[in-house]
Write a protein that binds this ligand. Structure first.
Ligand code: AMP
Ligand code: ZN
Length: 114
């Protein structure tokens, strides 16, 4: 997608602090971290939101979650725990319209999500 900021990051047109990359997935540090560890995991292909995933994306989504598990381990937060967040659509507070999962960790998080 031409004016999608995360597609631009995938193409290298906007710099990012990458923590993981393969042919399907990119993970990078959130530019405005809200926790000591705050990483975004995205599919390289443009999918607008969770509302737009298709059965053909089943493997990709499984791979994203295995990647999240791996990144959490590498970042040293796996054992103590962390939170994975997806904001979907207007009420969900989604600002960037390219599917992404936040990995939040490195401190004790509140028990309430909202
Ligand atoms: P969301 O509200 O779920 O759409 O989250 C979008 C996230 O993208 C926010 O946490 C932003 O801080 C983050 N973000 C926006 N632009 C960039 C960027 N260029 N590099 C890294 N993270 C970004
Ligand atoms: Zn995109």
């Amino acid at each position: 997608m031409e004016d999608c900021i995360f597609c631009k990051i995938v193409k290298g047109e906007i710099p990012s602090s990458k923590v993981y990359e393969d042919e399907d997935i990119l993970a990078f540090k959130d530019i405005n971290p809200i926790t000591p560890v705050h990483i975004l995991v995205i599919p390289k292909k443009h999918i607008e939101s969770l509302n737009n995933i298709e059965p053909e994306d089943e493997k990709l989504l499984g791979k994203i979650f295995l990647t999240i598990k791996q990144i959490a381990k590498e970042q040293g937060i796996a054992e103590k725990g962390y939170r994975v967040v997806n904001n979907c659509g207007e009420d969900g507070g989604q600002e960037v319209k390219h599917l992404h999962f936040h990995i939040l960790g490195g401190k004790k998080l509140g028990t309430k999500i909202v």
